[in-house]
Write a protein that binds this ligand. Sequence first.
Ligand SMILES: C[S@@+](CC[C@H](N)C(=O)[O-])C[C@H]1O[C@@H](n2cnc3c(N)ncnc32)[C@H](O)[C@@H]1O
Length: 228
Amino acid sequence: MSFLTPRLFAIASMVSYGEVVADIGTDHAYLSIYLAKDSKAVKIYATDINEKPLQTAKNNILSFGVKDKVETILANGIEWTKEQDIKINSCIIAGMGSTTILDILKMDNNNIDCYIISSNTGVEPIRQWAKQKKYFIESESIIIDNEIIYEIIKINKFAGQKIKSKQDLLFGPILKKDTTNQLFVQKWMSEEQKIMELIKQIPKKEKKVKLLKQKQKLISKMLKKETR
Ligand SMILES: C[S@@+](CC[C@H](N)C(=O)[O-])C[C@H]1O[C@@H](n2cnc3c(N)ncnc32)[C@H](O)[C@@H]1O
């Protein structure tokens, strides 16, 4: 469907056929509609915390004729999944900042098998959460949409890559393996540049400088790997 942006399309491609999906913070519900139209998901719960976007979602779901597959729910995060006797195979949390996503993930429960996450801010705190929970990274992708680079990750509770090192946390255990990926290089060159600018602006004595320098060292090492 033409209305699916490259970011939403990359998220949709991480869903497997026959899944029950939850689309948290659905807004326009385009992703839910695509998954229903494509017959990828057998059932989709399209949720939002706000009534206005949920009404837009309802209207779009009706006009695309997928009401039988997509159920709308007005709810905060994934709290509602605890109370129901359901199994969600993939829970998508996309288009929010990491702080909101982490707040939602606090409501994690056994009714959810895995998460597909696309944060508008850093992915590192999400990987940190997965590490703490001893969950696995099933897949990762890096894409560009409207000149913004996004990392999308799928966290699985049963199998996949473990997050073992600082490099895994920062770059992603799967993404870091392909240092020839031009978007990966572009993202980390730009991050390194931002860190160098920040270091110049902060008084040398501040603790943050040490952390920033450590991060810059990791990035520099990773980028050298690529240019070797
Ligand atoms: C920018 S839109 C993202 C829409 C779509 N998921 C995407 O990635 O394009 C963010 C949506 O998340 C909703 N939202 C924010 N916090 C939420 C929460 N705690 N639970 C459910 N929905 C939330 C907002 O109301 C808004 O409709």
